[in-house]
Design a protein around this ligand. Structure first.
Ligand code: B12
Ligand code: SF4
Ligand code: SF4
Length: 264
C-alpha cells in the first residue's frame, strides 16, 4: 500500500505539471509514512503553538501521517536567484503547488476510503495566527517526524531533494509500518558549524547565526505580495483573473545554497 500511494502521488504530479499558467515546475515528489502517535507529537504544543492539534484529535483512530514534498525544478529555483524580490515563476509555482495539493488531498482521501480506510487533512495547516505568524499544524515539524527531512538554519525542512519545494500531509488510519524520523543532521551548519550560505542570501537579515525573525521575514514576503498580484491558483487563466490577493513569498534563503536541490 505504501508503494501504491507513493506511485499515485508521483503520477499525480506528472499529470498536473502540464498546462495551467505555469507548467513543468516539480521534480519527483518524495513521500513518507510517519507515526501519527509518535511521542514527540505532543512536544509541538511547546515548540510551535500551545494549541497545536494532535492527529488523534482530528481522526480518533489515526495511526499514520502521509507526508509528501514536491521539490521545484531547476528552472523555477534558479530563476529566483537574482534580484531582491521573488521571480514571477517562483510566486506562480507557489500558487499552483498549493492548488494542486488541494486536489491531491481529495484524491488521496477518496483512494483510501475506497480501500476501506479513513483519511482527513488538518485544516489548521492552511491557517496561521497573523499576530504571531504560527500555525496550529506545523507541516515542517509533522513532516520531520514522518522522516521526510531535518531542519536547516534557514528554518526549512531539508529533504533528500533539498529544501526548495512545498510540503503536504494527510492523516489516516492506514495499516502500514511507519517510517522513523531521520537522526542524521542534514544542515552543514548544524552538523559541523560550516556553510551558513543561507544567512548571506537573505536580503533583510531576517536570518542570522543567532536565529531567525519571522516578522522581519514576513515584511519582505508582504512586499512581494504587493508585486505578485492576481496569479490565482495558476491552474487556469479564469482563476487567475478572479484572484486579487497577492502571493506572500520570497525564498531567497533557499536558492543558490548547498541544500537547494539535495541534502548536502
Ligand atoms: C506562517 C508561515 C510563514 C510565515 C512565518 C515563517 C516561519 N518561519 O515561521 C512567513 C510568511 C514569514 C513565511 C515565510 C516563508 N515560508 Co512559510 N509558512 C508558514 C506556515 C503557514 C506556518 C509556519 C509556522 O507555524 N511557523 C511557526 C514555527 C514555530 O514553526 P515551524 O516554522 O513550522 O518550525 C520551526 C521552528 O519550530 C524551529 N524549531 C525547531 N525545533 C525547535 C526547537 C526550539 C526550542 C525552538 C525555539 C524552535 C525550533 O524550526 C522549525 C523549522 O524551521 C507554514 C505551513 C504550515 N502550516 O506549517 C508555511 C511554510 C513553513 N512556509 C514555507 C515556505 C516555503 C516559506 C518561504 C520560503 C516563502 C516562499 N514560499 O517563498 C518563507 C521561508 C521563511 C523561513 N526562512 O522560514 C513552507 C516550508 C517548506 C520547507 N521546505 O520547509 C511551508 C511548510 C508551507 C508548505 N506547505 O510547504 N511562512
Ligand atoms: S545553506 Fe548551509 S547552513 Fe543554510 S540551511 Fe542549508 S546547509 Fe544549513
Ligand atoms: S524567506 Fe526571504 S526574508 Fe525570509 S529568511 Fe528567507 S531570504 Fe530572508
Amino acid at each position: 500500500m505504501k508503494q501504491n500511494i507513493t506511485e499515485f502521488i508521483i503520477e499525480f504530479a506528472k499529470k498536473q505539471d502540464i498546462g495551467g499558467l505555469i507548467s513543468d515546475i516539480w521534480r519527483t515528489p518524495l513521500v513518507r509514512f510517519g507515526d501519527a502517535n509518535h511521542p514527540d507529537m505532543k512536544k509541538l504544543r511547546k515548540l510551535v503553538h500551545p494549541e497545536h492539534v494532535l492527529p488523534k484529535e482530528i481522526l480518533p483512530d489515526a495511526n499514520v501521517i502521509i507526508a509528501y514534498f514536491f521539490p521545484f525544478n531547476e528552472k523555477i529555483v534558479n530563476g529566483n536567484k537574482i534580484e531582491r524580490l521573488s521571480s514571477k515563476d517562483w510566486a506562480m509555482a507557489y500558487e499552483k503547488t498549493n492548488a494542486a495539493f488541494g486536489e491531491l488531498n481529495q484524491f488521496l482521501i477518496s483512494l483510501l476510503e475506497e480501500k476501506g480506510y479513513k483519511a482527513v487533512v488538518a485544516q489548521q495547516a492552511f491557517q496561521y495566527d497573523e499576530s504571531i505568524l504560527k500555525s496550529r499544524w506545523s507541516q515542517r515539524h509533522v513532516a520531520r517526524l514522518c522522516g521526510l527531512g531535518t531542519f536547516g538554519i534557514n528554518n526549512m525542512l531539508i529533504t533528500e531533494s533539498g529544501c526548495c519545494g512545498r510540503i503536504g500531509t494527510v492523516i489516516t488510519n492506514l495499516d502500514v509500518k511507519p517510517d522513523s524520523p531521520i537522526t542524521e543532521e542534514y544542515c552543514m551548519f548544524k552538523k559541523n558549524g560550516s556553510c551558513g550560505a543561507c544567512i548571506s542570501r537573505c536580503p533583510t537579515n531576517a536570518l542570522t547565526k543567532e536565529g531567525y525573525s519571522r516578522f522581519v521575514c514576513n515584511a519582505l514576503c508582504d512586499e512581494n505580495a504587493k508585486v505578485h498580484v492576481g496569479y490565482g491558483n495558476s491552474y487556469t487563466l479564469e482563476n487567475a483573473k478572479q484572484e486579487l490577493a497577492g502571493t506572500n513569498t520570497c525564498g531567497k534563503c533557499v536558492v543558490g545554497v548547498p541544500c537547494t536541490f539535495n541534502r548536502p
